[in-house]
Design a protein around this ligand. Structure first.
Ligand code: IMP
Ligand code: MG
Length: 189
């Protein structure tokens, strides 16, 4: 598996440190509030598992699964809910946890939906931010790392459902995709 990695972009130690810092910040920002930590499957599950263990405030945990349709260079902006939350988000402070903020279409849709359903406040915590690719007008409230416009895998992020279990974030060798570097890749969750 590691033979497929061109370079390690963010090491296991760097991630650990940043997640610890973020946990402290979030814990103090949300002190005294009822927080629902909402992970977007599947990519967020590793980050979320580590992040919630750095929180000193009481939290509830839920997951949603959505799929966004990216075909080639076009992004349709259509987001389909595969798994919804079972609880009513009314009057809750929701912290959405994502693996990467890319076009932003998924999160902008999710945020709108949860606002419509009556959440008091919605913030976004993302492990990675790739601002170069943003289409939707959306910003993360908490970001661990900004990454260049390269397709990355590991620590929850996949290529063709592989590499989620790498403990670091890395860039794949172009030959793994069977196409030159920098071209659009397909990703799910
Ligand atoms: P969006 O384009 O911001 O809606 O991001 C949708 C999803 O695409 C993210 O949650 C990731 O699961 C996936 N994605 C975007 N960029 C990458 C990447 O570089 N590697 C792996 N998955 C990605
Ligand atoms: Mg995702």
């Amino acid at each position: 598996m590691t033979d497929d990695i061109l370079k390690v972009l963010i090491s296991e130690n760097e991630i650990k440190q940043k997640v610890q810092e973020l946990g402290k910040t979030i814990s103090s920002d949300y002190e005294g509030k009822n927080v629902l930590v909402l992970g977007v499957l599947k990519g967020s599950f590793v980050f979320m598992a580590d992040l919630i263990r750095e929180l000193s405030i009481p939290v509830e945990v839920e997951f949603m699964a959505v799929s966004s349709y990216h075909s080639g260079v076009k992004t349709s902006g259509v987001v389909k809910i595969i798994k919804d939350i079972d609880i009513n988000p009314q009057n809750l402070h929701i912290l959405i946890v994502e693996d990467i903020l890319d076009s932003g279409l998924t999160l902008s849709y999710l945020k709108g939906l949860l606002m419509q359903r009556g959440a008091t406040d919605i913030r976004i915590a993302t492990l990675l931010d790739k601002p170069a690719r943003r289409i939707a007008d959306i910003k993360a409230d908490y970001t661990c790392f900004e990454v260049p416009d390269e397709f990355v895998v590991g620590y929850g992020l996949d290529y063709a459902e592989q590499y989620r279990n790498l403990p670091y974030v890395g860039v794949l060798k172009p030959e793994v995709y069977g196409q030159p570097a920098g071209q659009e890749k397909q990703a799910k969750g």
